[in-house]
Design a protein around this ligand. Sequence first.
Ligand code: AMP
Length: 218
Amino acid sequence: MIIVLLGPPGAGKGTQASRIMQTHGLVQLSTGDMLRAAVSAGTEVGLKAKEFMAAGKLVTDEIVIGIIADRIEEDDCKSGFLLDGFPRTVAQAETLNKLLNDKNLTVDIVVEMKVDDESLVDRIAGRYTCAQCNKGYHDTYLKPQVADVCDGCGSANFTRRSDDNRETVISRLATYHTQTAPLLPFYKAQGVLRTIDGMADIDDVTVQINDVLSKLSA
Ligand code: AMP
């Protein structure tokens, strides 16, 4: 099964992607995570991507398509994968279709997580992750059960993304509306788009997504 999670920054794609990954045994492919790893490692891709990311702009299609094209060739993608943060432009989506078509595959479902713009700045400005296992938290909406200790791995080491600040979020939202939102009619025309209420609480969003996925495999 090939799933695309679509939604603006802060919609909760990463949180839901890791839940789906665990329950459905699918590998999660996050271009944002891959690009951050490239930036930290100082690779050529990382050096090219760094300024775009810091400004809340999209990295070039060429770079992200290159990353995804290589990644989906790996063994763990053979039984399907979940795309989180890719595609983000119609050109990326068209190339993805071609890459999949060459393998007799297709995007099975695109889940749009619909959220109000007004809530996103708060959601993003308060979020952080475990530096050890990458589990996501939020200052208000999703705290660890024991203060300052990760529920997943017990680490006390947390980190915040440098682009999760108010100014960059506003730019990332504008980028979403101009460059990524055109994917909604694109996938609707393919008959694979499903929209869920991303404003609901985190567990309820998971229920909605599982419901959509179970109808697909029924
Ligand atoms: P994310 O973690 O998905 O919010 O991505 C963080 C940043 O990485 C974005 O603001 C972009 O600068 C870059 N990025 C991630 N995925 C893509 C993509 N598919 N196309 C272009 N840029 C991307």
